[in-house]
Design a protein around this ligand. Structure first.
Ligand code: PDD
Length: 286
């Protein structure tokens, strides 16, 4: 079965999907997106992903092309039309096709695109061993809370980790932890889970919220506050969270071990709770 995508009202094989070179997504990166994980054909936290999409559209002053009920129907349809049981639905809205001009075009329909590939979560080996990360100064813009398709800075960051053989980049702005190139970052010190606040400098991750809920339910003490670079470097544990990484321990930072260099005890509690939470949702959906 070939991959089926959705473009502007129609489902079609991936290889048939075409957009104009004048699409503002192509010319300016003028668009927003979502990545929704799907477990056993059940979209995870869909309401929350759609609420974030609505906020992203508002932030870039683009009128929502579809109502939530229509997005929900389309997301279910694309899942149905693709083979994998676990998928990552990618959804993108751009400001449409117009002659190149920075100012917004008038009366132009947005481009709506969705695709869904297999969801690739970390292997058991990676979960048990932990990931590696390097650090960098966060040089992105000041609206990192908006999930925009213009991701050049994030791509440059991610490539930096590739160049040094690491899995991710942990970023600091003005001496404080922000996030990673495509994930949120948490630290643990003396049993307390530390989370950077959700502000304009980080993407409000859907997984971030799930982790805070699971920490509360598991009676893990939490502090949501700015975390200094020294605290990150001296942390007992560091984690990455995202829709595809779920919750993943970072066990080396800039080549040095984090804590004792193994995924820590608080990670194990929350990772276990996350897996159980997923199983519960799948049972409810079945
Ligand atoms: N990335 N921070 C950044 C910069 C991200 O790109 C992402 C997600 C996250 C985590 O958000 P969530 O928990 O909602 O996935 C944090 C997605 C998966 C991507 O761009 O592929």
């Amino acid at each position: 079965m070939s991959e089926i995508v959705y473009l502007n009202g129609e489902f079609m094989p991936l290889e048939n999907a075409r957009v104009s070179v004048l699409d503002r997504g192509f010319i300016f990166g003028d668009g927003v997106y979502e990545v929704i994980p799907v477990y056993s054909r059940h979209p995870f936290r869909l309401t929350e992903h759609l609420a974030r999409l609505r906020r992203s559209l508002e932030a870039i002053r683009l009128e929502a092309p579809l109502a939530d009920a229509e997005w929900i129907r389309l997301v279910h349809q694309i899942i149905e039309r693709n083979a994998p049981e676990d998928q990552a639905v990618y959804l993108q809205v751009t400001r449409g096709v117009a002659r190149r001009d920075h100012a917004f075009p008038k009366g132009v329909a947005p481009t709506v695109f969705m695709m869904s590939g297999p969801l690739s979560t970390p292997s058991r080996e990676l979960v048990e061993k932990g990931a590696s990360a390097v650090t960098a100064t966060d040089f992105r813009w000041l609206r990192c809370d908006v999930k925009v398709t213009s991701l050049l800075a994030n791509c440059l960051m991610r490539q930096r980790s590739v160049d040094s053989g690491a899995d991710e980049v942990v970023m600091f702005r003005d001496g404080y932890l922000t996030e990673a190139s495509s994930s949120n970052v948490f630290a643990v010190k003396e049993g307390v889970l530390l989370a950077p606040p959700k502000n304009h400098l980080v993407l409000p991750g859907i997984t971030y919220d799930v982790v805070l809920e699971l920490a509360a339910a598991s009676k893990v003490p939490v502090e949501v506050r700015e975390i200094g670079e020294d605290e990150v470097r001296g942390a007992d544990e560091l984690w990455l969270t995202s829709s595809s990484k779920e919750v993943l321990a970072v066990t080396t930072l800039d080549g040095r071990p984090v804590g004792d260099g193994k995924p820590g005890p608080v990670f194990k509690v929350i990772h276990g709770a996350f897996q159980e939470f997923k199983r519960r949702i799948m049972r409810q959906a079945a």
